[in-house]
Design a protein around this ligand. Structure first.
Ligand code: AGP
Length: 614
């Protein structure tokens, strides 16, 4: 997911602020970066493939230091390889305009041909350069930058967040526009700032304006004028951000991912404890759209998500069916949107997403609504597109999740879906107040258990296991029932940040193929908790051991723990919440292995924090 920043100041230099903003957006994933500034009557651009450090070196000559207006960009390549020439900002043939873009211009080829017929020579492979050339064309026909941007966007099909500056006219005007990917503004005395993500603005102000689709904004030092899709002036109210610069930082942790793993007990409390009434035996949501009548009307739930969020959907399905007695189906959003699903008005389509900007998840929920379902969401970003579009939503109060590998968001998703399942069960009469009081007490007990599991002693134990397994040929993760999605999540965590091959499987499937993989040098992680399936998991574990495979057992079942080569004991918890405890050691295991493999833990190769394109 690309990152955009921009600023115009009445005095002082803009460059360091642009770089700070880009650093705040690094977590989104990128493979090149660049800045453009207006200085001495011209537009100067510096771009570099690779990390921000390369761009900082290219700026070390100080030639751009005095600029008061500028834009910056981190690019996650879609059209064309991650090279300097494809990096943003892009400019027009006359070198008068600089423009950055997040999104995809679907009709860029026809526009490119039109411009080529006018003699324009393109230098990059990108759809963004087409935008820059069009803005330059319209600017050359007269009018100001805002008019040229509007004329350009009138020709465009696709979705975008863009920011542009030009040397013509008043040199202190930034123009930006949104149709899809988010864009927000921070207006302060003597300055105006824009960014793809409020995390890049919180250092300037916590009062942030979020543009709506179709908006075009003109920024000058200390002010902004916003027009909507029809060109009419609109007022977009500022929102006070719940986060501050300190929360958005890494603190004393070496990586955001480790900080976010250790935040999970507090995240659990923030997500759950204001929503439960243990005395009355009730769950109460402050978000609108979850009234008892609405909950009672839910006859079926269609869960939709990608990646880690989809594994949270699988846990949610167990909770909804087991506690509320409501049929629940899970699908990859990227699959759902291209099949012919059968939904009905009493279906709740429930999208789960940390960012609320995942293109496949947004598209799947839009399709579900078109097919008659009520569109619900569980999301971590209040200002996200998903939250804005959903008929009803529940927030996961995880705070900003910077590490690309999702951890605390996953736990907060599971806790939120648990509360929803209890609320639906209560509304349908499947759960009486007494049973609800018990389920809420279980939730209250979870936090100290999770905190105990994340102790230094456990982390040191897991580090020692990682030391012995960080260079094996591969991993299998096995789990049964509600722990099958935890096995999938554990495998994904390891894949994402250590680049090792790891596969999650239902433990009962071992004999149907994967057991052929078992041999010395292949490590199998088995999630084995006390309960009705314990004996079956124990036998899967024995089958692995019998073929020379090494086993790491994560769980509370003494029988399985006694058979394993390595053990990570997990406190017992109610089955519906047990994944919160069994996933934590897997997060730490992935972290410790990636550390030993020298991987970039917070910004793994090829990955973006939110995949806003297909
Ligand atoms: C999880 O560690 C990955 N970063 C990825 O699978 C992620 O969960 C997926 O892209 C969905 O993102 P979302 O929750 O923001 O929609």
């Amino acid at each position: 997911m690309c990152g955009i920043v921009g600023a115009v100041l009445s005095e002082g230099a803009v460059l360091e602020g642009l770089l700070d903003g880009l650093r705040a957006l690094e977590y989104r994933g990128y493979d090149s970066a660049g800045v453009a500034v207006g200085i001495e009557g011209g537009v100067s651009i510096r771009r570099q493939a690779g990390r921000l450090e390369s761009l900082e070196q290219a700026l070390a000559d100080g030639a751009l230091d005095g600029a008061r207006i500028g834009i910056g960009h981190t690019r996650w390549a879609t059209h064309g390889p991650p090279t300097e020439i494809n990096a943003h900002p892009h400019t027009d043939a006359g070198g008068r305009v600089a423009l950055v873009h997040n999104g995809i211009i679907e009709n860029y080829l026809e526009l490119r041909e039109e411009l080529c017929e006018e003699g324009v020579e393109f230098v990059s492979d990108t759809d963004t350069e087409v935008l820059a050339q069009l803005v330059g064309r319209y600017l050359g026909r007269g009018g100001d930058l805002a008019a040229a941007v509007r004329a350009t966007l009138a020709r465009v099909r696709g979705y975008y967040a863009i920011a542009a500056l030009a040397i013509d006219g008043d040199g202190d005007t930034l123009v930006c526009a949104r149709q899809g990917p988010p864009l927000c503004l921070g207006i302060v005395a003597g300055g105006a700032h824009l960014a793809s993500d409020p995390l890049a603005l919180v250092r300037h102000t916590r009062e942030v304006v979020f543009l709506e689709d179709g908006d075009v904004a003109v920024l000058r030092p200390g002010s902004c004028e916003v027009t909507d899709g029809s060109g009419g002036a609109v007022e977009r109210p500022a929102v006070l951000l719940e986060i501050d610069a300190e929360q958005a930082g890494r603190g004393s942790y070496p990586h955001f991912m480790l900080k976010e793993i250790h935040e999970q007990p507090d995240v659990l409390a923030r997500t759950a404890f204001d929503r439960i009434d243990e005395v009355g035996g009730e769950v109460r949501f402050v978000e609108e759209g979850w009234e008892v009548e609405r909950l009672r009307a839910i006859e079926r739930v269609q869960l939709l998500a990608c990646g880690t969020a989809r594994y949270a959907c699988q846990v949610a399905a167990f909770q909804l069916e087991g506690l509320a007695g409501v049929p629940a189906e899970v699908d990859y959003a990227s699959e759902f949107r291209y099949r012919s699903p059968c939904l009905s008005p009493d279906t709740l389509a429930l999208a789960i997403s940390q960012s609320g900007e995942t293109a496949d998840t947004l598209a799947a929920l839009r399709l579900a609504r078109e097919l008659g379902a009520r569109a619900g969401a569980i999301c971590n970003v209040p200002e996200s597109t998903l939250v804005r579009e959903a008929d009803c939503f529940l927030m996961t109060c995880a705070g900003p999740e910077i590490g690309v590998a999702s951890t605390k968001a996953f736990v907060s998703q599971i806790v939120t879906s648990y509360l929803l399942a209890v609320a639906v069960g209560r509304a349908r009469g499947t759960l009486d107040p007494e049973r609800v009081r018990g389920l809420l007490a279980d939730l209250r007990l979870l936090r100290p258990r999770l905190a105990q599991l994340l102790s230094r002693e456990t982390q040191e134990r897991i580090a020692a296991i990682a030391e012995r397994h960080h260079d094996v040929k591969g991993f299998l993760f096995l789990g049964r029932g509600i722990h099958y999605p935890v096995a999938l999540e554990g495998a994904l965590k390891l894949k994402e940040i250590s680049y090792m091959h790891a596969e999650g499987y239902p433990a009962g499937e071992m004999k149907h193929g994967p057991i052929a993989l078992i041999e010395p040098g292949m490590t199998t992680v088995v999630i084995a908790n006390k309960g009705p399936l314990a004996e079956k998991v124990r036998s899967n574990l024995e089958q692995v051991r019998a073929r020379g495979g090494q086993v790491i057992c994560v769980g509370s079942d003494p029988g399985s723990l006694a058979l394993a080569d390595e053990t990570i004991e997990v406190p017992q918890a109610t089955p519906w919440l047990a994944p919160v405890l069994s996933v934590a050691p897997l997060q730490l295991l992935a972290y410790e292995i990636a550390l030993r493999r020298g991987c970039d833990i917070d910004k793994p190769r090829n990955l973006a924090k939110s995949v806003t394109v297909e």
